[in-house]
Design a protein around this ligand. Structure first.
Ligand code: PAF
Length: 283
């Protein structure tokens, strides 16, 4: 794996095979590495970026303490045969950067983290402009993020194709995230209730939607209220629990076939997010 630190050195990235851009903030776990694996399986040139992006953290958030584990990350990427690792210099990367405004960002994570997606899209756009990759890879766990990036690529006529990797979970079902490191083993086990409840919600929703007579918005409301209470009883502080149209994040209506069940909750002070997609088109 070649490590690149200067923007000018990105020219060494060979263009023989299509490039897969995999942007990360480091502290890589099996979720990130699965994206590298996927890009390698597709015979792409994998290029991982590690940059803890200050633009996407709010003033009271964990920018300073966000886990930075470069040596370990390099080792893990080597094992996956990653081709390139870009470790940009903050000053060089941010110099003259175009600050962008993200769409779809006044609800879900965007609502509780004002400016977060503006920071994400600003930095991702910088990488896209620098590398003009054929593909870019993001995880489904950050559902709103990948939707915003999808929209950005489309609206700005990038030829880059977005590939969304499935959420990777630990043995209890907790979605892997760098922030899980803030929890003890026992706390992580308890936090996996998020996945248990998400699955229950999807099951119930499928059953209820099959009974055509019921009013969909009432159903959604009742289910969300019930599960918010269940979460709170188990020590979670709910930021949001929403059931929405997965294509446009609008309120669910009759006939919608791709449904997003998304949750953000604090457990022991750690903000965790997860989601499941319920595809009714095949049922
Ligand atoms: O998902 C992340 O880790 C970050 O939001 C990203 C896409 C690397 C941009 O900083």
């Amino acid at each position: 794996m070649k490590i690149i630190k200067k923007i000018g050195d990105l020219k060494i990235v060979d263009k023989e095979r299509p490039i897969a851009l995999i942007p990360t903030m480091g502290n890589l776990h099996a979720g990130h590495l699965s994206l590298v694996k996927q890009s390698k399986n597709l015979k792409l040139t994998s290029l991982v970026t590690i940059f803890v992006n200050p633009l996407q953290f709010g003033p009271d958030e964990d920018f300073e303490t966000y886990p930075r584990t470069i040596a370990q990350d390099e080792e893990n990427l080597e094992k996956e045969n990653c081709d390139f690792l870009f470790l940009p210099d903050k000053t060089e990367l941010l110099k003259g950067i175009k600050n962008l405004k993200a769409p779809f960002s006044n609800f879900l994570c965007g609502k509780s983290r004002p400016g977060h997606f503006d920071g994400v899209i600003t930095i991702v756009n910088r990488f896209l402009e620098l590398l003009n990759p054929e593909f870019c890879f993001f995880g489904q766990k950050d559902f709103q993020q990948q939707l915003i990036i999808h929209d950005h690529l489309k609206k700005n006529n990038f030829s880059t194709k977005l590939i969304v990797g499935q959420t990777i979970r630990d043995s209890n079902g907790l979605a892997l995230s760098s922030r899980n490191n803030y929890l003890s083993e026992r706390e992580k086990k308890n936090a996996s209730l998020i996945y248990t409840y998400l699955k229950e919600i999807v099951d119930q929703l499928m059953q209820e939607l099959a009974k055509d007579s019921l009013n969909i918005s009432t159903n959604v409301l009742i289910t969300c209220e019930k599960y918010k209470n269940k979460f709170e009883e188990e020590g979670f502080k709910i930021d949001y629990l929403e059931i929405l149209n997965a294509k446009n994040l609008k309120k669910l209506k009759k006939g919608d076939t791709e449904i997003l069940v998304a949750v953000a909750a604090y457990y022991k002070g750690v903000r965790l997010i997860d989601n499941l997609i319920c595809d009714l088109s095949s049922s």
